[in-house]
Write a protein of this length. Structure first.
Length: 203
């Protein structure tokens, strides 16, 4: 797939790397092509840098991995995203994209894309390497678009997650951000460190 990465920092960089290695074509969409975080991503296979508008035009999937309040300028730059899968990996932890509760809600209201919340609920190190004790950890997703969920699931499995568990529809997006906050609480506030992950077990 052709995937636009908007936000080429910790999360965007980890996912761009995994997806490039899995054979996808990566279009980094940046504000300033001469100066952006993650320039080293250009050493990955199948990876090019463009303006945000160009990267989105060339892609059927768009990952948003920026501070939440950047979403309004990004929406302006993206242009028409009808039918494209928009993956929101952000968390409104320190800032909220007012008047919306999350970036997901802004994307649903202001674009015609197929929106899914995914790749927000664990640390970027776990996106670079989701393998613990020879087994993949779980990713989680929420939203109303079944088509976008299919794409997110494939992209999670492509980089080694064991599953992409459906957390529910759009009314569960804020809860999924709380799962991210729970990971941050355990990893940082409670001192367990960033090498921890969630896995759903069944019997
Ligand atoms: N860090 C984690 O482990 C983690 C895990 C899950 C979810 N998240 C969430 O993912 C998001 C990104 O976190 P991060 O740690 O990857 O951040 P980061 O390393 O600081 O990277 C942020 C990226 O956003 C870009 N950006 C900022 N404003 C922009 C704009 N107006 N238009 C386009 N790009 C813009 C920056 O580009 P420049 O280089 O041009 O400044 C940079 O590439 C946050 O919402 C965070 O809550 C983080």
């Amino acid at each position: 797939m052709n995937i636009a990465i908007i936000g080429t920092g910790n999360v965007g960089g980890a996912l761009a790397t995994g997806w490039a290695k899995a054979g996808h074509t990566i279009h980094l969409g940046v504000q300033d092509m001469n100066q952006f975080k993650g320039k080293n991503l250009l050493n990955n296979p199948n990876t090019q840098v463009h303006s945000i508008a160009e990267a989105v035009t060339m892609s059927e999937v768009v990952l948003i991995a920026t501070p939440p309040t950047a979403i309004f300028s990004i929406i302006e730059h993206m242009g028409d995203v009808s039918g494209k899968t928009l993956i929101d990996a952000t968390n409104s932890v320190r800032q909220t994209p007012e008047p919306y509760k999350t970036v997901f809600h802004a994307l649903v209201d202001k674009t015609k894309g197929e929106v899914v919340k995914c790749f927000n609920s664990t640390g970027f190190e776990n996106m670079l390497n989701p393998i613990y004790n020879a087994e993949g950890i779980d990713m989680f997703m929420a939203g109303d678009s079944d088509a976008a969920k299919q794409v997110a699931t494939r992209l999670a499995l492509d980089i080694g997650f064991a599953s992409c568990t459906d957390f529910g529809k759009a009314d569960k997006v804020e809860l999924l951000e709380k799962l991210a906050l729970s990971w941050i609480n355990l990893a940082i506030m409670q001192g367990h460190g960033r090498n921890i992950a969630f896995k759903l077990v069944r019997r």
